[in-house]
Design a protein around this ligand. Sequence first.
Ligand code: ARG
Length: 457
Amino acid sequence: MSKLWGGRFQKSTDTMVDDFNSSIRFDQRLYKQDIEGSIAHVKMLGKQEIIPENDAKLIEKTLCEILTDIEAGKVEFDIAAEDIHMNIEQILISRIGDVGKRLHTGRSRNDQVALDMRMYVRDEIRAIQEMISSLQLVLINISKENMETILPGYTHLQKAQPITLAHHLMAYFEMLKRDKARLDDTYKRTNILPLGSGALAATTYPLDREFVAQELGFASVSLNSLDAVSDRDFCIELLNSLSILMMHLSRFSEEIIIWCSHEFQFVELDDAFSTGSSIMPQKKNPDIAELVRGKTGRIYGSLVALLTTMKSLPLAYNKDMQEDKEPVFDAIDNVKMCLPVFADMIKTMKIRKENMYQGAKGGFTNATDLADYLVKKGIPFRDAHSIVGKVVFSCIQRNIGLDDMTLEEYKQASELIEEDVFTAISLEECVNRRNVIGGPSKEMMTKIITLNEEYLK
Ligand code: ARG
């Protein structure tokens, strides 16, 4: 079939160029947005009497039929028609002839593709936010059961102070809250109608852009046509938001991988969420967590790819911008694969409370609390720090923990130490006395979880 833009050409396109230039392979997923956008556009053309009302009605009806046919798998796209926009227009014209040729009045593919991408990104943002909420719910549920499950908290991956599993998991809950908020923010700047910007300089037709915006649920219309057709900030912001989200999932994955190791054994992944080795019969590997961590690099790659594509484009539309689609689609697809499988992996993993507790017992995680104990007895913190440092050193020599010391031995370190030291440095006390906002105590975690349950509703 000859090109919709074929008028000024004497020769047909080289087949290699058709292949090279065409984006239908990957942009066909925009068919729904493209058709919905066209329907809003054609309704407006009819209402404004830019085209006859009856033509507008027939076009709308036929577009609906094309949508049904595409969804039923009855439509074959044509590489030579380049992209989803011209494919659908070509199908429309093949079905209703001259009337179909009126659809593209007062519109360019440049504002059309910008519209389709915005509609697509809007939908996907909401879908991804819902998946994040499901993961958050998993975290809340496990946390509620584990407000007294003590494990060591780390800095530098060295045992630091005791915390609870609830406190640890709810840290990720906070990250995910920020991820959703970032997506909300991206949504706001995505939800602006570019249609009506034409190729670059708007149009002479009396378009009613506000009407189209309302039909399609956009909060406002773009205010500069050059910007509107050449802006892909919303795609970059999406990729940025997804990169940060994946960075969080990747850190979480890293911890799961460490926790599964024989050295830690803090958790055991469910058989259904682990894999074996083709040679080593004993192996049970955390492939899901590793793959989530691995895919993070790919999402960053998409962000950098699009930033780089956009960095030297003069105004307004340039064909380079067709390269926005694959990174955006790939990032969305992969994030949507990661979130549910990750959530289920966490939901089904076995928590080895005893190993966590033993982990917190070793490594002098209560040393700060011993120093704080001395401070309460009147010793300046720096001196207390030094006294405890010496006690720790001698314990290391003797291969014992702070709670294995006798009161007499403690007295040698400081006369001020009494029998109550043993409660003060018990792991339960260490955790539950950390009762400031944001701390791991059971009382505080109960409040924070209630607050976050409200937020999830
Ligand atoms: N397939 C194109 C894209 O994705 C649509 C816009 C084409 N516009 C143009 N003037 N060639 O960017």
